[in-house]
Design a protein around this ligand. Structure first.
Ligand code: SF4
Length: 394
């Protein structure tokens, strides 16, 4: 039997989410009286949609769950680990700033600050790389899990939808682990712990380009929902004109039998996907031959480091600092070629791989060079522009 995904195009977010759940047979198909429901929106930044899930969608799902007899409805999320580390951002800050705290409290939902909540170590025997996970305890124990992501492109995983949204349950301590090209495999492994009972993709305002934070807003007025998170993600990816099989974590999840990703095997009900599909601008990770006077030397480089290089250069350009720094050399990745001419230039070294190469080969690092530590490097645009201000103010 084909798995079913519902898709609704409607301008009012509350009407839209009610219609999409009705198409699936109503919330009672997913929530039984007396159960505890955990809703996981995408609330990693203290910013409005599309960086975060629409508060009205979250509140409507809380109300629908209570209406069918849920004993408790929890709404839990933790903040971006990069922003927590660099700016001290907490989930309390995000719930307040986005207005979700107020809207959910008004309809008798309970907020859970996942960065303060209890965690568990979990063995994942079928995992390929993420064998021992540290995740939020409620992620394991809630009777019903509802994933409510925003539809966005993502610089590292191409798209961020229902599967990627579960990453918020991973402990802050483990977030950076495998946050490289192997993140997709980690997401697939994480899904082996638990799949959401219901996924509701918020595409009221979506994001294209260099998501999930600095892309451009795309108003779509669409919600996609279903019980199979892989199928929901496949439909979401297709809406953005991606072939779902092109997206590593969607294909891996299908390959491992965690859900259906082949559109021909998905019964899409409601409004017509073909009529609503829109070409999304894909994340642009090109770094070389983009800005004059800038030479980017990549060794074997992960997408994560490449994206951070592009972010840093765009940031310097947008702040009118780049032209004052040229000639500029950026060195990134494993075993990069190091030219003899780096010293007359300003120099940026990004990531632990590139720095290790300098150390292992006893190469001198100029004292005024910028080094972005970490694998992947932390908060790169902010730190690079701080360094750039110091260089140009000399
Ligand atoms: S530091 Fe090296 S391994 Fe880590 S993300 Fe960058 S290129 Fe990849």
């Amino acid at each position: 039997m084909k798995t079913t995904v519902a898709l609704v195009h409607e301008s009012d977010p509350r009407v839209r989410v009610q219609r999409v759940i009705n198409l699936l047979g109503g919330m009672a198909r997913y929530v039984s009286p007396g159960q505890t429901v955990l809703i996981k929106p995408n609330l990693v930044y203290p910013d409005p949609p599309p960086r975060t899930t629409d508060p009205d969608i979250i509140a409507a799902l809380v109300e629908m769950s209570i209406a069918v007899g849920a004993k408790r409805v929890l709404v839990g999320e933790s903040p971006s680990s990069a922003e927590k580390k660099s700016k001290g951002l907490t989930s309390r800050d995000v719930f307040e700033a986005t207005g979700v705290f107020e809207k959910v409290s008004k309809v008798d939902g309970e907020i859970v600050f996942l960065d303060e909540d209890e965690e568990l170590e979990v063995d994942i025997p079928e995992a390929k790389i993420y064998k021992k996970a540290i995740v939020n305890k409620k992620f394991i124990e809630a009777d019903v899990l509802i994933s409510v992501p925003v539809l966005k492109t993502h610089f590292l995983t191409d798209v961020t939808l229902g599967i990627k949204n579960l990453y918020g349950f991973v402990s802050q301590e483990h977030r950076k682990l495998y946050h490289r090209d192997d993140l997709s495999q980690k997401l697939d492994d994480l899904l082996k712990i638990r799949k959401p009972n219901l996924t509701v993709i918020d595409a009221g305002l979506a994001m294209e380009g260099l998501g999930p934070k600095v892309g451009s807003t795309v108003p779509l007025d669409i919600t996609i929902a279903g019980g199979d998170v892989v199928a929901c993600d496949a439909v979401g990816a297709s809406l953005m004109t991606y072939d779902p099989m092109y997206i590593d974590h969607i294909r891996m999840a299908w390959f491992d039998g965690l859900g259906e990703a082949r559109l021909e095997n998905i019964n899409i009900i409601g409004d017509k996907l073909e009529k609503l599909r829109r070409e999304f601008q894909k994340p642009d990770l090109r770094t070389t031959a983009i800005y004059s006077g800038v030479t980017v030397i990549e060794g074997g480089v992960c997408r994560e480091c490449r994206a951070r290089t592009r972010w840093a250069l765009d940031e310097l350009y947008n702040k009118a600092l780049l032209s004052k720094l040229v000639p500029l050399i950026v060195i990134v990745g494993v075993k990069p070629y190091i030219p003899d001419t780096i010293f007359p230039s300003n120099l940026i070294i990004l990531g632990d791989c590139a720095l290790d190469y300098f150390y292992k080969n006893s190469l001198n690092i100029p004292t005024d060079a910028f080094y972005g530590p970490g694998c992947p490097p932390d908060s790169t645009p902010r730190m690079v522009s701080k360094w750039a201000w110091e260089v140009v103010s000399k």
